[in-house]
Design a binder for this molecule. Structure first.
Ligand SMILES: C[S@@+](CC[C@H](N)C(=O)[O-])C[C@H]1O[C@@H](n2cnc3c(N)ncnc32)[C@H](O)[C@@H]1O
Length: 236
């Protein structure tokens, strides 16, 4: 494990208190300049390309809620599941001393998350890893806060979003397959007193399959907050 000051990469760098990275490379970001996009999400400049989901501006609301929670949560790092380009987690921890671990199963996504941390000057507190939601549950690191933005579109509706990579939005028959996986993992990796801020498409998803999974794994739904493009759910 590295002891010198770390920087944000998706390949070799290790924060002192979080698990080793699982690979990835900045070669993945060598795309045709015409495909490269950047936009501000909150105060952060975020880069991506069409291989991953375009950051949706309203999701900054998830970051703001997470940032407010961090002022009262126990000490400990933050985990972002299904990070994509990483903007939700980055915006939540920017201006704090919390370490952030961004996890996505797509190496391109974690390469962008690392790159976006570095371009916003917070590379030293961010570690991006390519892994699945389920793999994180098997690791020993414990987190004060989990932020999760799983695919939540029901499979039958994925065709309505032809611009979006299907793997980034397809949440299974009722849209909750990956959200339930996030609840399961959060229940395993949260520190006592920790919290999960989960993004979903509808309130029905929150009160149905997600609430059932939470109850089965020792978490409770504290608040469901409707937003412009979906709903945010706080679980403790
Ligand atoms: C709705 S997108 C969210 C991305 C980003 N948070 C955003 O707002 O643009 C869901 C992300 O989950 C990732 N994903 C899907 N299934 C996953 C799994 N089983 N484990 C880890 N990541 C997964 C996808 O690659 C995608 O980047």
């Amino acid at each position: 494990m590295q002891t010198s000051a770390p920087t944000a990469t998706a390949d070799q760098t290790v924060l002192p208190s979080v698990p080793n990275p699982a690979g990835g490379s900045h070669d993945l970001l060598d795309v045709d300049p015409g495909d490269r996009r950047t936009a501000f999400v909150g105060r952060l400049e975020i880069a991506w390309d069409p291989r991953i989901l375009e950051p949706r501006p309203w999701t900054a609301e998830q970051s703001r809620w997470a940032a407010r929670l961090l002022t009262t949560l126990p000490p400990g790092p933050v985990l972002e599941l299904c990070s994509g380009a990483g903007h939700i987690g980055l915006l939540a921890v920017a201006g704090t001393r919390r370490e952030l671990v961004c996890v996505d199963r797509e190496p391109v996504a974690t390469a962008y998350a690392a790159d976006n941390a570095a371009r916003n000057g917070i590379g030293q507190q961010v570690h991006a890893r390519t892994a699945t939601i389920e793999q994180v549950a098997e690791e020993p690191t414990r987190y004060a806060l989990v932020i999760a933005d799983p695919p939540w579109v029901p499979s039958a509706g994925v065709d309505r979003f032809p611009e979006d990579p299907p793997g980034a939005i397809d949440g299974g028959p009722d849209g909750t397959d990956l959200a339930v996986a996030c609840v399961r993992t959060a229940a395993r990796v949260l520190l006592p007193g920790g919290a999960l801020v989960l993004q979903l498409g509808t309130g029905e998803q929150a009160t149905g399959a997600v609430a059932d999974a939470a109850a089965a794994h020792g978490l409770t739904v504290d608040e469901v907050r409707p937003c412009l493009g979906g709903v945010l759910v706080l679980l403790r």
